[in-house]
Design a protein around this ligand. Structure first.
Ligand SMILES: [Zn+2]
Length: 90
């Protein structure tokens, strides 16, 4: 494990975690999108890869505050799916 693994802060609970424990949403030209592993350029926001933080982010529109744009229904669905996948492998 890398001693210098970068940590990012969840926009919901403000916990600092390694990037692998978080989901990244970045703002592209077509609006906020879930970053699937590869880092995309542009402004990004992180949320814990857990049902609780994902649901809270969606219901409180935390990504709109963080990125200045509304999360699409498709992006919200993908976040929920990724959090559910993580829960099953824990
Ligand atoms: Zn969190």
């Amino acid at each position: 494990m890398a001693a210098s693994a970068p940590e990012r802060m969840c926009i919901v609970c403000r916990a600092r975690r390694p990037q692998g424990a978080l989901l990244r949403v970045s703002r592209g030209s077509d609006g906020p999108r879930v970053d699937g592993g590869r880092r995309r350029a542009g402004r990004g926001a992180y949320v814990c890869r857990t049902d609780r933080c994902v649901e809270t982010a969606i219901t409180r529109q935390a990504f709109r505050r963080a990125l200045g744009a509304e999360l699409t229904a498709a992006a919200a669905a993908e976040l929920r799916r990724l959090a559910a996948d993580a829960a099953m492998t824990d």
